[in-house]
Design a binder for this molecule. Structure first.
Ligand code: GDP
Ligand code: MG
Length: 203
């Protein structure tokens, strides 16, 4: 029995969403910026604490807001699957305050627009480009306290460029999701193809 977890990766353009995902799955990084124009789905498998999970990672192209209704989600192809994701990774660039403001807005909208107990969905805020930390706009400790204590989200800093803390952030998110009862919400039996070469990460 393999459990499936859909994770939507959202953030302002250029913060490193695609780089984080590609580093996680393919150990690959490109200095050249290729803007993501359409929604892209990656389906790696991971093993955490001896259990296998199939991830459905949505690389979400820039959206002006979190879809406020199912119809809005269906009208805008970029948002497909975003409302019903099992977990969110909200990425910002530690050197760009506007990208943090964007994450703040999306976090607020997730809480407002998802109904009932589903508003308590796991959210991990990720500060990327840690290798450029001399240019950061706010000390790590201050952001971490704000995000964890006030927003009640997880917080990790990483560098997609140097593959630093990239596995850790997925491990952290999966850990939160499993602790919150992923088991009851989402099960499937799709073992076939799960262990393709380069697509299974043991965390
Ligand atoms: P996206 O628009 O959020 O998907 O951003 P991309 O993943 O396409 O990355 C945007 C640009 O930032 C690219 O030129 C990447 O090479 C660069 N980039 C991504 N992650 C890092 C990082 O950790 N450190 C540095 N220095 N550059 C990064
Ligand atoms: Mg992208």
């Amino acid at each position: 029995m393999v459990e499936t977890l859909s994770i939507a990766v959202i953030g302002a353009p250029g913060v490193g969403k695609t780089s984080i995902i590609r580093q996680f799955i393919y150990n690959d990084f490109s200095e050249v910026y290729t803007p993501t124009r359409t929604r892209y789905v990656y389906r790696p498998s991971v093993i955490l604490n001896g259990n296998m999970y199939e991830l459905k990672i949505l690389d979400v192209p820039p959206i002006s807001s979190f879809p406020s209704s199912s119809s809005q989600e269906w009208l805008d192809l970029r948002c497909r699957g975003v409302r019903n994701a099992n977990a969110y990774i909200l990425v910002y660039d530690i050197c760009c305050v506007e990208s943090f403001e964007y994450v703040k807005m999306i976090r607020q909208q997730i809480v407002e627009h998802r109904e009932g107990s589903s508003s308590e969905v796991p959210i991990l805020v990720v500060g990327n480009k840690r290798d450029l930390q001399r240019q950061r706009f706010m000390p790590r400790r201050a952001v971490s306290v704000l995000v964890k204590k006030t927003w009640k989200c997880g917080y990790v800093e990483c560098s997609a460029k140097f593959n630093w803390h990239v596995v850790l952030l997925f491990k952290e998110l999966l850990g939160i999701a499993v602790a919150r009862g992923l088991r009851q919400n989402h099960t499937s039996i799709r073992l076939q193809g799960a262990l393709q070469r380069n697509r299974c990460t043991i965390m």
